[in-house]
Design a binder for this molecule. Sequence first.
Ligand SMILES: C[S@@+](CC[C@H](N)C(=O)[O-])C[C@H]1O[C@@H](n2cnc3c(N)ncnc32)[C@H](O)[C@@H]1O
Length: 548
Amino acid sequence: MNKLYYGDNLEVLRKYIKDESIDLCYIDPPFNSKRNYNQIYNNIGKEDKAQAQAFVDTWTWDTEADKGMAEIISNYNGVFTKQSIKLITGLEGVLGKGSLLAYLVSMTLRIAEIQRVLKPTGSFYFHCDPTASHYLKIIIDAIFCAKGGDYKNEISWRRHYSHNDGNKFGCIHDIILFFTKSNEYTFNRQILPYDEDYIKKNYASIDNKSGKRFRSVSVNAAGHGEAKYFGEKLLKPPPGTHWRWNQERINEAIKEGIIYFTSNGVPRYKQFLENVEGITVQDTWVDFYSLSSHDKERLGYPTQKPEALLERIIKASTNEGDTVLDAYCGCGTTVAVSQRLNRNWVGIDITYQSVSLILKRLEDSYGKAAIDNITLNGVPEDMESAIALANKADDRIRKEFEKWVVLTYTNNMAMINEKKGGDGGIDGTAFMKDYNEKNEPINKEVLFSVKSNKTLAPSVIRDLNGTMEREGAALGILLTLYPMPNLVKECKKYGTYENKVMGTSMPKIEVVSVQEILDGKKMNLPLPVEVLKKAEAKKETGQGKLEF
Ligand SMILES: C[S@@+](CC[C@H](N)C(=O)[O-])C[C@H]1O[C@@H](n2cnc3c(N)ncnc32)[C@H](O)[C@@H]1O
């Protein structure tokens, strides 16, 4: 069964992922880019593109880094090699306790667990960029190679055609480091068709009889060999060479008419373009770029990778039925491609936005059956875990409780509001279709405010109403851990709102408790507007799976 975990991957790997259970692990962690990445929503009305922070990629040396360093040095869980411990302590001497070392410590902790969970025949791909790839390569070396693993490739992926980076050469490529756990591993050669330029240059000749493209290839190769018959002619190979085919193959080729003679009487053969597979994929990938805003695949997730990239890696390093792990799965490119290619998958992400986006992506692409077959772990299932999420202190992630409440209640039909202060305590916004006074179609806002306080005064409802009036919103919903009767009573004062399209009337302000959400209560808006881009419906090839 496929598994999606909501949580820090280090904790999830240590607690839930068994030794030697994974065939392929691909990770695309934050690159230490010192940027924060935003989720972009559909453009609704005339507003600016709405965005919410998806994840943070700034690192500082803090207590978390200190703890990580101590775990490496004390060989926590027994997963760190002597070399990796020496390397990290050495790097501390070189780099000092700063942002880069904090990033490398975080990666070392996780790479060591990934090495543990890979099967002996498993492969690991680390997607990064030149910012830290030189450090990461030796860290992976120290963990993998010191335990019988092997460095295979440094793949360079040209993600842009050009990029203006000031007074230096434009940085247009990412780096993917490919390692295996041992020297016995799955590898399926990937083939690409030749490109037009290559064909024109190398298959320039056209056969008079068939009109097919071919290139002329010599029949001899370096070495020494005896004379052979080419039809009636007994020919000696040119000095220092031998005929590369045996007599039988030469006779066949003569019959097929693919051997011809140059003006000097030297035999050559016609290699037809249609008979060659194409070119084996090399370590430089230039046949697809990163997704642009026009790409159908694009979901608005900031660092979404193209499916073509994951398809290549998954096809090369696994077979059907194998298990693929992505411990930083973002909007779920790895899991979506694994699903399509009939691989089992395990995904982990620390933000609820990612988890909800992945569930939506899988449902949009493969239908509800695909998400019914997933084990979802780490998402609150009872009041105890909901309260724990509300009280979680983690500087790397913000407003996770609010995101979980809003996205779960609205079934991903709301945008997350990241603004702090001056936003009237609004955590999310959804839209529904309606008519204005002139009977013109408009999108009306629905505002969500999330509270986890044990006691709240009725003034929160008054404040919500004030914000709704200021924003011209139609409805307000207070989502709360503790639904006090005084709040419910206060809501009644604000009456109802009627949606003109549907002729439906509903309370203008409503209180919904987290317990109700845990029990399955969902937002029920007339004509809701999609704020997230829909993933394309995909055909699944596996038996017994849905087909579109
Ligand atoms: C660069 S994105 C991955 C994008 C992904 N390859 C895709 O195509 O959508 C990195 C992801 O790692 C997640 N992340 C960062 N730190 C994490 C951690 N410690 N555990 C799990 N996920 C984490 C972020 O929330 C973010 O979604």
